[in-house]
Design a protein around this ligand. Sequence first.
Ligand code: PMT
Length: 400
Amino acid sequence: MSDLTNKRIVLGVSGSIAAYKSPDIVRRLQDLGAEVRVIVTNGGREFVSERSLQTISKNKVHDNLWDKEAELAMGHIELAKWADVIIIAPASANTIAKLCHGRADDLLSTVILATEAKIMIAPAMNQHMFASSAMKDNLQLLRKRGMLIIEPGFGEQACGDIGEGRLAEPSEIAKQAADLFTSSVLSGKNILITLGGTKESIDPVRFISNHSSGKMGMALAHACIQAGAKTTLIVGSISVNIEKRAEIIHVVSADDMYKAVMKKIKSQDLFISCAAVADFKPKTTNKHKIKKTDHSMTIKLTENKDILASVCQLETRPICVGFAAETENHIENAKIKLKNKMCDAIVLNDVSKTGIGLNSNDNEVHLITKNLSEKIEKNTKQIIAEKIIDKLANNFFQSS
Ligand code: PMT
C-alpha cells in the first residue's frame, strides 16, 4: 500500500505543456498523505496558473529567488531543508540540462543544489528531444548523482508526434514517490510494539495514568510496516489515529499489557517497549466510588510487573528495545536501564522539555546499545521513528 503520510514534498514545475497536470500531481501526493509545496519556474508559469497550484497545495507557491518577503517566510535554504523529497514534474529539457551543470540561476535549481532530500525527475518533452544524445547523457549523469528518473510514457504528444516523452501519469509519479519510503529491510520480520499510557484504577471512576499520547509508538508502527514487517500493537491509552495495517490489541492497565505481551511474544523478532507503563498501581481497587470523607487521603501503591525486563529474561526472546523517559542525567540513567533490564537497545528521550517527548509531535532521541550512543536530532516523531527503525534493522538484522 503506497503511503506518504507526514512526508514533505516540494514539487518543482518547469516549462512544459505537461505543467497543466501539476495540480493533479499535487492532489495525488496529498491523497497519499503528503504535505506539498510548489516551486514553479518562469517556464512553468507559462503553462499553469499559480492560483490553481496555490489553492490545491494550500501553500503559497514559491517562484522567485529574489523575493524578499518569500525569503523571510520560508527562504530557499529552509525550503531545501524542509523537503523529504523534491520531485520535478514536469522536468523540461532546459531544467534537466541546468541540473547537470549545477546552475543556480532560479529558485528551483538553487533549492536542488542546497538540498539533501531525495530528488526525482519526471521528464516531459517532444519525442525527438527526449531521444537526443544530449538528453540521454544528461539523464545518465543525474542518475549517477543519485537522482531518480521517473520514465516518461509513450503516446500522442501535444505537438502531434507519437513517441516517448509524455509526462508519466500523476498517479504513477505519486506511487513512485511513496515507493521511495517503502523498504524491505524488515520484510518477513514480526514486530511487537507497546504504546500509550496504562491506566491503574483507584475506583470505578478514577485512575492513575500519564500524558503518553501514543504518537511515538504509532510512528514506529508506521515505520515498521513501511519497512515490510508484520506489526502487532499492544495499545494503552492513546490520543492518536490507529495504524490500520497493524494487528491491534487494546489494553487498559499494566497488568493487561503484561498479559497481552506475554501472549504474543513467542513469535516476535523484535519487541519495542514504547509504552509509558505505570510503575505502580493502587494496592487495592475500590469496588465503589470512594466517598469524600476528609480533606486528604492516602492511596497505597504497589509495584507493577516490569514488562520489558520480564521479556528480556525469557529463555527464548526477540531483540528487545526499551525507551527511557528521563528528566535528568539522561545518558547515564538510560545506560543503567539498558543494563538493569538487560535489553539490546534503549531509546532515550527527554520528557522534561516542552516540544519533544510526551504528547509532542516532535522528538529528539539517543539510540543507546552496549557499543554505541547515537543522537538523532529533533524532528517529527515519524522521521525519528524511521531513523530508529533503520538503525535497528542495520544493527540487529543486517546479516540475517
Ligand atoms: O506516547 P507519546 O506521547 O508519543 O510519548 C512517547 C513516550 C515519551 C511515552 C515514549 O517515547 C517513551 O519514552 N516511552 C517509555 C516511557 C517509560 O515508561 O519510560 P521508563 O523510563 O519509565 O521505562 C523504561 C522502559 O521500561 C520503557 O521501555 C517502558 O515501556 C518499560 N517499562 C516500564 C515500566 C514497567 N512496569 N514495564 C515496562 O515495560
